[in-house]
Design a binder for this molecule. Structure first.
Ligand code: ZN
Length: 162
C-alpha cells in the first residue's frame, strides 16, 4: 500500500528550517532531515496539525504562536535553590540546562538564570517560551512505522531501540 499524504500513524521525513525573531535556530541543512511518527505528540501541536494532509514533495511555511509551540513565557516560573544543593564540582554557567527532580520524582528541565556563591536562580521556562516560531517544512518521504515504533510512539532512527 502506498502513502502520499501525511496522516496520524505514519512516519514522516521532512526537511525543515526553524526561525524565531529572524534568527535561524535549527535546520535540516545542518542536522539532516527529521523523521517523526505523526499523531503521537512528537512535534509541537501547532506544526503537527498544519502538516496533516500534506503530500510528498509539498512544502509550506507555518507560523506557530506560543500557545501551540513552547508555551507562554511565565514570570513566575523561577525558583531560587541554595547553591549547596548542587554538586560542589558542578561548574555553573548562565543559560546551562539542568535536570531537576521534584518531590513527585518527575524530571524537569531547567535553565540557570543567574547564580552566586549562595543561590542559584532556575528558570523553568522552555528557552523558546513566548516565541512566535516560523517553520519552513517540506515532506520528503512517508512510511509505515515498525511494530516497535508504534508500540513506543516514536521513531527508531538508525535501528536503535530504546
Ligand atoms: Zn523507542
Amino acid at each position: 500500500m502506498a502513502f502520499d499524504t501525511v496522516k496520524d500513524g505514519l512516519v514522516v521525513s521532512m526537511e525543515y528550517k526553524l526561525t524565531a525573531d529572524g534568527e535561524v535556530l535549527d535546520s535540516s541543512d545542518e542536522a539532516g532531515p527529521l523523521q517523526f511518527l505523526a499523531g503521537y505528540g512528537n512535534i509541537i501541536p501547532g506544526l503537527e496539525s498544519e502538516m496533516t494532509g500534506m503530500k510528498i514533495g509539498e512544502s509550506k511555511n507555518v507560523t506557530v504562536q506560543p500557545a501551540d509551540g513552547y508555551g507562554e513565557f511565565d514570570e513566575e516560573a523561577f525558583t531560587d535553590v541554595p547553591r549547596s544543593e548542587f554538586p560542589a564540582d558542578l561548574k555553573l554557567e548562565e543559560g546551562m540546562e539542568l535536570y531537576v527532580t521534584d518531590e513527585d520524582g518527575n524530571h524537569q528541565a531547567a535553565y540557570v538564570a543567574e547564580f552566586d556563591d549562595q543561590t542559584v536562580k532556575l528558570d523553568f521556562n522552555h528557552p523558546l517560551a513566548g516565541a512566535v516560531l516560523e517553520f519552513y517544512v517540506k515532506v520528503i518521504a512517508l512510511r509505515e512505522p515498525t511494530d516497535d515504533e508504534l508500540d513506543h510512539g516514536h521513531v527508531h532512527e538508525d535501528g536503535h531501540r530504546h
